[in-house]
Design a protein around this ligand. Sequence first.
Ligand code: SAM
Length: 269
Amino acid sequence: MSNDLHEANRRRWDAAAEGWARGADARGLWRRCPAEPELVLCDRELAYLRGGVAGQHVCVLGSGDNQVAFALAGLGASVTSVDISQPQLDVAARRAQELNLEMSFVRADVTDLSALRNGSFSVVYTGGHVAVWVSDLSAYYAEAARILEPNGLFMVCEYHPFRRVWKESRDLLAVEYPYFSRGPFEYDVSAEVLYAKPGTFKSYEFHWTVSDYVGAALQAGCRVLELHEFGEAVAEWEGAPLHGLPEFLLIVARKDVEPAGPGDASQHP
Ligand SMILES: C[S@@+](CC[C@H](N)C(=O)[O-])C[C@H]1O[C@@H](n2cnc3c(N)ncnc32)[C@H](O)[C@@H]1O
């Protein structure tokens, strides 16, 4: 079923794709990450993925610039890259060809992965500013869990929610969005995503809390193995002095072999 807010975001991302590609070209990471996955995956992520994904079917949801997808392909995984924006996927497919990586690209909304079969992946990876565009975190993670095989690995590495609440300011940290306000936050913006200016595109953003992320993974029938907060870098585009706040939230989970039903106390000692 089509979601009007997601469709508006898709139109914006479609228009943003070539500019986003130029930004990634300037950083140059996408060329290096198949051979140097540590450029885009932290040690904790690699502890699960390096040595574990070769020959496995892995899906990356909201794949964007596909740096993580390329890193996983470089580790020997058979990667399916999913994004709502066809122009984003077109850029990624062009690059995959240049890198000589065989991958599949599927255009889909992360809340409706009906194009992908139940239990068809041993790893699902998502994150790096995807949930901020998604209106229903529970539906998103339920779909991720559905396409995972039993005991499959679900890995989420998202921009930390503590970084989303601040007023734009060079030197003052002041709350603009209460932590518990999930949105939607509606903006009239230009196609440029990183340094958005006022413009004619509608954009809808959502602010999820730490417990929203963990709760959605549990509700999807996954058991959480590890929760990790890391990173301290502050980028120019963040627009506030965020030093001292965590940069990323990592959730590592496995799909339960038999997902617990609501109120099934035996699964929760
Ligand atoms: C900031 S990128 C994040 C991915 C990657 N970390 C990156 O930096 O390119 C956001 C990506 O999510 C995609 N996206 C937004 N909403 C989506 C949705 N509902 N379903 C699937 N992909 C979505 C956008 O098209 C975009 O490519």
